[in-house]
Design a protein around this ligand. Structure first.
Ligand SMILES: *Cc1c(COP(=O)(O)O)cnc(C)c1O
Length: 396
């Protein structure tokens, strides 16, 4: 049977793999050999599920959005990852990876972060498990995202400002990989999305797959069938989307609509629409679509939403788009901002700007009234209030 899941060599079609420096070979190989055994073990599942329930607050609700449904002419459900501890889906992944790190006998945790959301989720689980935590963050982002830096420090993490390149996420990731190369024996690298060398994209997708596992049960209760007609999610690196679609990826009854950030427009030169604009290349250990200059230098990505401005994309999504399994919409900054205000006013939910990109994609599809649509609200909007206030003053 045709599958969109990873193959045994770590590839999704022509995308994926593990393109890593020699010094990390042993580390990555150890993880490849052990991640499935650990994730599937009874002791891991027991602790992971207990933390989901009592610490994260799972299952997250599947909310029937009545007024939004009327507006868009379908049966719209919102998967409320915004209600998780730390305010987004990212904690699903960091809880899983810290348990894997413990099982592998590692004592030191490193992570990269852009806007700081993954850094906070990592610092949180390190506090919980009493592990040393070092977070690499571009100096530009350290200045832009001060509250998240303060949260990470309060949680006991060391935040290292990175001053190479444009001083943003891509540079922070390079620095984290450099650290890992220097401490391969005691250090575990918690990657924040479905990116990086195999097995990270598959491991992160599995750890986020709780989202679609819950959707199945919840839809069965509410609709009497366990699959929707459409799934919607935003994509930065692709982890909340990968979790949302995981158990439906090979079920062709379910249409998959993904929203990537077009920033100021696809043609503007200021965008993060990697699937629309990227060319095949290698970024952070994976072969995937990459925003790059004609001579192959990685281009800086831009979006009003800091969680979506990554110049690569998870290999699972590059492959699904290439095979036309998913429909990928490029959503501009202003469309996302308007969608955030709409959800807030219609349903009383202030979404993260990233999630607002998925909401903005709703207006681009013609639904039938009986279509069941599930859209993942990946996070809450507290962190985006400054941007929302600025936008409101601009359009007033
Ligand atoms: C980080 C983040 C994203 C983007 O990351 P993915 O790996 O693509 O899910 C989306 N939404 C929120 C709220 C985030 O914090």
């Amino acid at each position: 049977m045709k599958t969109y899941q990873v193959d045994k060599n770590g590839f999704y079609g022509e995308f994926g793999g593990a393109y890593i420096p020699e010094i990390l070979h042993q580390c990555v190989e150890d993880l490849q050999q052990n991640y499935l055994r650990i994730i599937e073990s009874e002791s891991f599942q027991k602790e992971y599920r207990a933390l989901f329930r009592d610490y994260v607050g799972r299952p997250s609700p599947l909310y029937f959005a009545k007024r939004m449904s009327e507006k868009y002419g379908c049966r719209l459900y919102l998967k409320r990852e915004d209600l998780n501890h730390t305010g987004a889906h990212k904690i699903n992944n960091t809880i899983g990876q810290i348990l894997i790190a413990q099982q592998m006998g590692k004592t030191r945790i490193i992570a990269e972060t852009g806007a700081g959301q993954h850094g906070v989720a990592t610092a949180t689980v390190c506090a919980l498990m009493n592990m040393e935590c070092i977070v690499y963050m571009g100096k530009t982002d350290v200045e832009r995202q001060h509250i998240n830096v303060q949260k990470m420090e309060m949680l006991g993490a060391t935040v290292v400002p990175v001053t190479s390149g444009n001083m943003t996420l891509k540079d922070a990731t390079n620095e984290a990989i450099r650290d890992w190369c220097c401490h391969p024996s005691d250090t575990y690298y918690i990657i924040g999305s479905t990116v990086g060398p195999h097995p990270y994209p598959d491991m992160v997708a599995r750890l986020q797959s709780i989202i679609s596992e819950e959707i199945k049960t919840q839809l069965m209760e509410k609709e009497g069938r366990d699959y929707p007609d459409y799934l919607f999610a935003c994509v930065g690196g692709g982890s909340n989307a990968a979790g949302t679609i995981y158990h439906y990826i090979d079920d062709e009854r379910v249409k998959i609509v993904l929203a990537e950030a077009a920033g100021e427009g696809l043609e503007s030169g200021r965008s993060a629409a990697t699937i629309h604009l990227g060319k095949v290349g290698i970024i952070h250990g994976a072969r995937t679509l990459v925003m790059q200059t004609p001579d192959g230098q990685i281009e800086e990505a831009y979006s009003v939403s800091a969680g979506l401005d990554y110049p690569g994309i998870g290999p699972v999504h590059a492959n699904m788009a290439a095979q036309h399994r998913s429909t990928v919409m490029a959503i501009e900054d202003d469309e996302a901002l308007a969608a955030a205000f709409e959800l807030t006013r219609i349903e009383g939910i202030i979404p993260a700007l990233e999630s607002a990109h998925a909401l903005a994609a709703l207006s681009k599809v013609n639904f039938k009234p009986e279509d069941v649509v599930v859209l993942t609200v990946s996070g809450r909007g507290d962190k985006d209030m400054d941007t929302y206030i600025k936008y409101k003053n601009r359009v007033k």
